[in-house]
Structures are given as structure tokens and as C-alpha cells.
Write a protein that binds this ligand. Structure first.
Ligand code: DQA
Length: 148
């Protein structure tokens, strides 16, 4: 089982970026935890972990997942609230590569502009508010769904 984990703009700054909101874990810490979780879940789960500040790059990566990956975990970051292009890309592969959306913070408890996700309707589920731990929760949920 191959899972692509995508992280959007500014998530490369995790660890020092508003830690009271996003926590002190870096993206590298989260990747390590996800790999440990994957090993626990099964011996055939492979995770590829990517981050980009570019909407175009994220769209290109999603569009290339068909036939290569079994699922996507995505934190689109600020693009969650703005990107019809990311929604379209997720929709375009959703029949073959289901996605789970994850957010470190509870966006519903923040500014109103963060309450709406354009990308979530293209995903099978969404997890938010558990900081870095949410990524492994999303992995568990996606693997369960793919195994059912
Ligand atoms: C975020 C929430 C977004 O509103 C914000 O723009 C981010 C991070 C989160 O993980 O909590 O960059 O996606």
C-alpha cells in the first residue's frame, strides 16, 4: 500500500511557526511518527512525504497519483480555503486514490475565513485539531478504509 502525504504552504516552517497553534513538532518529526505508525499497522505500507509552497506543484503531484498510490493524506494549509484547483485535482483522482484532509489546528475555532474548506468535499474524511498527532490518526483511518 502506497500513501502520499502532501503538505501545503508554510508547513515547512512547523516547529517555529506559531507553535501555540500548530505545536512544536517539525514536519520531519511528523514524518518519523507516520513511518513508525505505518510499520505498526502493516509491513507493506510505504509512505512518501512531500511539502510545497506552490499550488501548481501540489496539483501536479496529485494529478500523477493514479496507478502509483493507493491513497493521499493532505494538509493543503492556506490553500484549503482558496484553491478550486486543488479541489479539482483531488476530485479527478478520487475514484482511484481516495484522500483524507488533515489540519493541525481546529480551523472552526479560528478566524471565519478558515471555517470553509474548498478541498474537504473531494476527500473521504477530514481530521483536525490534534496538531501533529492528527497525521497518524489520518493514516490509521485511511489504511482502515483501504483495507475494508
Ligand atoms: C492549517 C490551517 C490553515 O488555515 C492554515 O492556513 C495553515 C495550517 C492547519 O494545519 O491547521 O497553514 O492547514
Amino acid at each position: 500500500m502506497k500513501i502520499l502525504v502532501l503538505n501545503g504552504p508554510n508547513l515547512n516552517l512547523l516547529g517555529t511557526r506559531e507553535p501555540e497553534i500548530y505545536g512544536y513538532e517539525t514536519l520531519a518529526d511528523i514524518e518519523t511518527e507516520m513511518n513508525a505508525c505505518a510499520t505498526q499497522l502493516a509491513d507493506d505500507i510505504e509512505i512518501e512525504f512531500l511539502q510545497s509552497n506552490s499550488e501548481a506543484e501540489l496539483i501536479t503531484w496529485i494529478g500523477a497519483t493514479r496507478g502509483k498510490y493507493d491513497g493521499i493524506i493532505i494538509n493543503p494549509a492556506a490553500l484549503t480555503h482558496t484553491s478550486l484547483g486543488l479541489y479539482d485535482a483531488l476530485k479527478a483522482v478520487a475514484d482511484a486514490v481516495p484522500a483524507v484532509e488533515v489540519h493541525l489546528s481546529n480551523t472552526h475555532a479560528r478566524e471565519e475565513i478558515r471555517h470553509k474548506s474548498l478541498t474537504a468535499p473531494a476527500c473521504i474524511g477530514q481530521l483536525m485539531g490534534f496538531q501533529g498527532f492528527g497525521y497518524t490518526l489520518a493514516l490509521r483511518a485511511l489504511v482502515k478504509k483501504l483495507s475494508d
